[in-house]
Design a protein. Structure first.
Length: 339
């Protein structure tokens, strides 16, 4: 197993210089220090002073090379860019305004622009003193410390009595049995119109629901009506995000018998089938259009087109074909159990 390389330490350089003066060979010194002879050979070649090797000058030369190999950060206190930034801060510009302006001024020179998060970090990392206090005071909030962007809980109102996706039965993840659904809304122009989307996880079967608006009452009525059109054994669970439109999730469970699980905030991959389907639906329901012009018959026609198209994830079968095959397999299993 390989070992991690470790730079020569000052005490090793001192030993090396002393033993060289006593006439030891590099190979013998390497054995003494537990180092490779080639490591010591390079050290002597790089850091000798004239015809001799001395530990103090060698250590100094090594440190100088290490400093030179690390370029100064863009916002170094003595750099030109930092002076530009501080000048704009004094003019009461925000870090976002500064970052955008620098990007516009230097589109082809990355060394002359920084992101606004980098600006915040540089200001709060500045050495304590009067200048640091002045710079922080110029910011919108002017607080002495900055809360991390990822810190704290999601501050949107939480739905009551949510059940997390993390306690959902493992069989839902396997996609081996139908009856487990994912849901979402796709919204139209100005968020004034919406269509409910239900996707069956195993077969990718799509159901669309006409909704007059995106309120919780409309979602309850639309999803209840559509789910109750499905046979009870095929409506087991529904996985949804934490959108306010599902505030009536307890009433939806009472109306349909479907157990509802909620994803983590900002985790669309936990409803991957629905997210992918939403993208496909935009072919029929483009963003920025009024979705209220589509009645339920039109939405059913769109869903029918989607469900009859072959899908790569289904080995080029359609959702309808896959769903029917699930039904046949279930019926055959029941028949075999009876006999």
């Amino acid at each position: 197993m390989s070992t991690r390389y470790r730079h020569l330490q000052p005490e090793e350089r001192l030993t090396l210089a002393s033993l060289l003066q006593q006439g030891w060979s590099l190979r013998r010194i390497a054995q003494q220090l537990g180092r490779s002879p080639s490591t010591l050979s390079r050290e002597v070649t790089r850091n000798r002073s004239g015809d001799a090797y001395w530990s103090a000058p060698a250590q100094s030369l090594c440190q100088q090379r290490r400093i030179a190999s690390r370029p100064l950060p863009k916002l170094h206190a003595d750099g030109a860019l930092w002076h530009v930034v501080t000048d704009l801060l004094l003019r009461r510009w925000s870090p976002q305004q500064i970052a955008r302006t620098l990007r516009r001024m230097h589109p082809d020179d990355s060394s002359q622009r920084v992101g606004h998060e980098t600006l915040y970090n540089a200001i709060y990392a500045y050495p304590r003193g009067e200048l640091r206090s002045q710079l922080i005071a110029l910011l919108r909030q002017g607080k002495s410390t900055r809360r991390p962007r990822s810190g704290g809980e999601d501050r949107r109102g939480k739905l009551p009595e949510m059940v997390s996706i993390h306690v959902r039965a493992p069989e839902v993840d396997d996609r081996l049995m139908p009856g487990h659904w994912e849901g979402d809304l796709i919204k139209g122009e100005g968020n004034r119109s919406a269509v409910g989307v239900l996707v069956e996880r195993s077969s990718r079967l799509v159901l669309l629901c006409k909704m007059p608006d995106a309120t919780a009452a409309s979602a309850l009525a639309a999803f209840s009506a559509k789910l109750n059109q499905i046979a009870q054994p095929l409506r087991q669970t529904l996985t949804y995000d934490q959108g306010k439109e599902l505030a009536c999730h307890r009433e939806l469970t009472q109306a349909t018998g479907v157990k509802i699980y909620f994803c983590d905030p900002h985790s669309p991959w936990q409803r991957g089938s629905c997210e992918n389907t939403n993208g496909l639906l935009r072919q029929f329901l483009p963003k920025g259009t009024d979705l209220s012009v589509h009645d339920q018959d039109m939405l059913d026609s769109i869903a029918d087109l989607m469900n009859n198209r072959p899908r790569q994830t289904l080995d080029w079968n359609s959702p309808y074909q896959t769903f029917r095959q699930f039904m046949r397999d279930i019926q055959q299993a029941k028949t075999a159990t009876i006999h």
